[in-house]
Design a binder for this molecule. Structure first.
Ligand code: FE2
Length: 257
């Protein structure tokens, strides 16, 4: 895993050390931001578009403290800086306490189009704006609590598929057509248009148990997306106790992506 983990404690939180970013890094972030900004009006969901407009974060890598101050006021969330990917338990614990972990490092210029691990651009641009939406924010909070429970039930694999097909690669039906709300899509130069416009991938109605039975590929565009009607639906359908659902999903053969 990339990132410097030597400075982090058991919760993996570190100082963002915003003053240490170089001018080149801020410029690279700006170029990523500009490229995606051209794509989002036609492909991103309206909640995300509205939120990013209020953030004033196009000029360079944002200082998480400024964003957290705004976020705390609006939905009670805050950002915490982390060295990179963190273990499930630490990740779920942060979400369950309305803290969103954001990776501090930025990709290299040669990784402009594709990066295997999430960096500050993916985490910030993709995930953070929707934390300003009250319903989405509540959903993610519940997801964190559900994650800790899934660990006890040995069901993280199933819950991770839900995360993948919603929070990372989810689509939502809007008045203007299907739009992306998943962070993996919103931060992708190629897949953001593909997921909305290309005729090849399947766009299936949200189905919790089917999602939990559907494996995913991390190294190519998705062959299927799941489309929610609204964040209310996401919150409502993921609210029940998953214990009996996990038991059912375990007993049915898996769909291979
Ligand atoms: Fe992500």
């Amino acid at each position: 895993m990339r990132g410097d983990y030597t400075r982090s404690g058991p919760d993996f939180v570190i100082e963002q050390d915003w003053t240490a970013y170089t001018a080149e890094e801020h410029a690279l972030y700006r170029r990523l931001f500009e490229r995606q900004s051209k794509l989002v009006p036609r492909h991103a969901c309206p909640e995300w578009i509205e939120a990013i407009a209020g953030l004033d974060c196009a000029g360079g890598i944002p200082d998480f403290r400024d964003i957290s101050a705004k976020l705390r006021k609006q939905t009670g969330w805050e950002l915490v800086a982390v060295p990179g990917l963190i273990p499930d338990e630490a990740f779920f614990t942060h979400l369950a306490q309305r803290r969103f972990p954001v990776t501090v490092w930025l990709r290299r210029p040669e990784e402009f189009d594709y990066i295997a691990e999430p960096d500050v651009f993916h985490d910030f641009f993709g995930h953070v704006p929707l934390l300003f939406d009250g319903i989405y924010a509540d959903h993610l909070h519940e997801y964190g609590k559900g994650g800790l429970k899934a660990m006890r039930l040995n069901a993280v694999t199933f819950l991770a598929r839900l995360y993948w097909y919603t929070i990372e690669f989810g689509l939502v039906r809007t008045k203007a057509g299907v739009r992306a709300y998943g962070a993996g899509l919103l931060s992708s130069g190629g897949e953001l248009a593909y997921c909305v416009e290309d005729p090849r991938p399947q766009r299936l109605a949200f189905n919790l148990e089917r999602i939990m039975r559907t494996a995913y590929q991390i190294d190519r565009y998705q062959e299927r997306y799941f489309v929610i009607d609204s964040f209310e639906q996401l919150l409502r359908e993921t609210a029940p106790d998953f214990t009996p659902i996990y038991a059912r999903v375990r007993s049915i053969p898996m769909e291979v992506a």
